[in-house]
Ligand binder design. Structure first.
Ligand code: NAD
Length: 501
């Protein structure tokens, strides 16, 4: 579509488009102000939306809903499919679960999409050609929220990564690249250390990439990748990564592009999608009419694209860019050179409304994509594989005397019995028995690896042997925390070795 045809698409839309019902929630802090500004702009375009407002956030937490959302709101969210959400303040202190994480996981919003583009010189950035999208896995990884204290000294957080979870987000990234005329997908992991979790993500990326020969694919270890992103973001196009890394990377990219107040984000699921600003509730500036509403305006445009109204999305984004170009800036992006009018939240919205139908002159305008069906990912069924139990790691809380691993080792060897054998003990992953180094610092948390006493290195173990071992450990008075069975899949080792094993 040519850009000239987007100046007044409303009459056509009004005659052909049925209204779409969406859910909105103001949230906390600056949420009320930026939502008002965003809805004023949406309404000024004549877009056909019906809003169902739900209450979420701090008040709901304090009303006794530990996830910050009332049970009735779920029905509205599930029925309407599209959700425009203001930021939420998660109260400090125990017992409160993050509402964002709860909504993303409960509604299967697996893909977090965060486009990030520089608007220089009007918004200062060192990288004028920066134009990238971070696609973050939204449901797994350390955000599974499974944490335990196991000994007086040690807590753990489980990092869960699944093959379907990896495949879905990686396919989404390639499909997104195709649908948005992007040329390259970069994967970032830490698979040199986490060979099984991050290793799975990287290997699925390699597999899926072969199905998209039209899109370049590369991979960075996350630490050097982040360094490149902070110093040379212009060379990236689409980045796909695991949940925690994506959370961090997308804030870095928003900041490097100019302001965390500008970015919008989409959380996409098969049925429901949620759209929000990248930033939080900004309690330090709430109620002052100074917050930049651009992030939520941007998110509302991502929502319009998602529900098949890309022309209106482009119309709003172009008016927003023109407003920035005309030097009309909120406090967070105002500067000496390009700011002609410092304005507040509602003033900025009024200036955007005045510019609806205009295109930016210097910044590349947004061209509406073809209205297409939202991306849907078909997963390949997981192939059946053989699975053989070859041992058990028993985690023990032990704090006797000088914590000499040799003492614990001798005691466990006696307990191992006839058909099991203590192979090693590690402390925080480092082998301390047999033949540990005296310099290794030991906590009260010991991982004790038992294998079959049969000669073969990877002889199978029966579950009964593990249960009998646990019984002997219990009778010996040792305090075991948990057992982690380990396996071979298709005859291949599917567990990590201890450092020094
Ligand atoms: P924040 O993004 O709210 O604020 C960080 C800084 O950026 C503050 O100085 C703030 O004034 C500024 N800022 C943020 N948005 C702005 C805007 N639109 N215009 C101008 N300046 C803006 O991050 P925080 O202070 O770490 O978190 C505050 C609260 O928000 C916390 O309770 C946190 O849990 C929550 N939070 C919610 C979301 C969400 O709902 N998606 C995301 C991040 C943080």
């Amino acid at each position: 579509m040519s850009l000239n045809t987007i100046t007044n698409p409303i009459e056509k839309l009004n005659s052909t488009t049925l209204p779409t019902r969406i859910t909105i929630a103001e949230g906390d802090g600056v949420g009320k102000e930026i939502m008002q500004a965003t809805l004023d702009i949406l309404n000024a375009t004549g877009v056909k939306l019906i809003y169902d407002k739900v209450k979420i956030g701090e008040k709901e937490y304090l009303n006794g809903h530990s996830s910050g959302i009332s049970p009735e709101a779920w029905d509205t969210l599930r029925r309407n499919k599209a959700f425009l959400k203001g930021p939420i303040t998660t109260p400090q202190g125990g017992g409160y679960k993050s509402l964002n994480v709860t909504i993303r996981k409960s509604l299967g919003l697996y893909a977090n999409v965060r486009p990030c583009r520089a608007y220089t010189p009007y918004v200062h950035s060192h990288f004028p050609n920066m134009d990238l999208v971070v696609i973050r896995e939204n449901e797994e990884d350390l955000y599974a929220g499974i944490e335990h204290q196991q000994t007086p000294e040690v807590v753990q957080c489980l990092k869960l990564v699944s093959r379907p979870g990896c495949e879905r987000i990686i396919r989404y990234a390639f499909e997104y690249a195709r649908a948005n005329d992007r040329k390259k997908v970069t994967c970032m992991t830490k698979d040199n250390i986490m060979k099984h979790t991050d290793g799975l993500f990287h290997s699925v990326f390699r597999e899926v990439a072969t199905e998209y020969p039209d899109i370049d694919a590369d991979h960075y270890i996350i630490d050097i990748g982040s360094a490149h992103l902070a110093t040379n973001p212009e060379k990236f196009d689409v980045i796909v990564t695991l949940n925690l890394y994506g959370d961090i990377l997308s804030d870095i990219t928003a900041q490097v592009a100019g302001s965390v107040g500008l970015g919008g984000s989409a959380n996409i699921g098969d049925e429901v999608a949620m759209f929000e600003a990248v930033h939080g509730s900004a309690p330090d500036i709430a109620g002052q009419d100074v917050a930049n509403p651009s992030g939520l305006i941007h998110a509302s445009c991502m929502m319009l694209e998602h529900i098949g109204q890309p022309e209106i999305a482009a119309r709003i984004m172009n008016a927003l860019l023109r407003t920035l170009e005309d030097g009309i800036h909120t406090a967070d992006i105002a500067g000496e050179t390009y700011t002609l009018l410092r304005t507040g939240t509602q003033g900025f919205a009024r200036c955007v409304i005045e510019r609806l139908g205009k295109l930016p002159r210097r910044i590349k305008p947004i061209e509406p994509g073809q209205a297409s069906e939202p991306i849907r990912i078909e997963l390949k069924p997981t192939a059946p594989v053989s699975k053989d139990l070859v041992g058990a790691d028993v985690f023990i809380d032990w704090n006797e005397g000088d914590r000499n691993p040799n003492k614990l080792g001798k005691q466990l060897e006696a307990i191992a019995g006839k058909d099991m054998r203590l192979k090693m003990i590690t402390n925080r992953g480092v082998k301390v028995y047999p033949n540990g180094l005296p310099e290794t610092f030991c906590t009260d948390h010991w991982r004790c690896r038992f294998v079959s006493s049969a000669e073969a290195e990877t002889a199978q173990v029966a579950y009964r042997q593990v249960l009998e071992l646990m019984d002997r450990l219990h009778k010996s008075g040792l305090n075991f925390i948990k057992t982690e069975n380990f396996y071979e899949f298709e005859g291949r080792r599917a567990y990590s070795l201890g450092q020094g094993e």
